[in-house]
Write a protein that binds this ligand. Sequence first.
Ligand SMILES: [Zn+2]
Length: 161
Amino acid sequence: MVKIALQIKATLECIESLYTNHPHYQWFLKLKCSNCGEVAEKFTDLTEADKVPLKHNRSETNLAIKCKLCSRDNSMDVIEGSNGKYTNDDANKFKTLVIYDCRGVEPVDFEPKSGWIAEAEDNGKTFTDVDLSEKEWADYDEKNQVSVGVYELEWQFIKVK
Ligand SMILES: [Zn+2]
């Protein structure tokens, strides 16, 4: 098994922390089969809170997927407790947001979509269901009367031990 971390980097405007509504956040990933190298055309999603039975044994997984090219049964899980928060101390640096346990597949791309939570600075408003599909988001914190936003969202995958 291979552990792969999804790291993000963003510019935060008056936002203290940015994170997903773990464990219900749907991670949309483009997956590559490590056996034959086939990269799936479409994005697949997995959610830590959703489990499906694994074939041929009694355990469960967050995602069971058969490779369309080599027909191998692959699977993947969100590692429990691996979810992190991107805070204003992390600005302009990559930070791990989640780690996946990958068995036979590895993620090669990510689609952020909605389901993010952003907490404004100075005990400001908490914005739920922030949509980062466009890699940026802007709103207004009426409590502190400031513009808030997330800009220039980028991501990368790294192998971890
Ligand atoms: Zn394959």
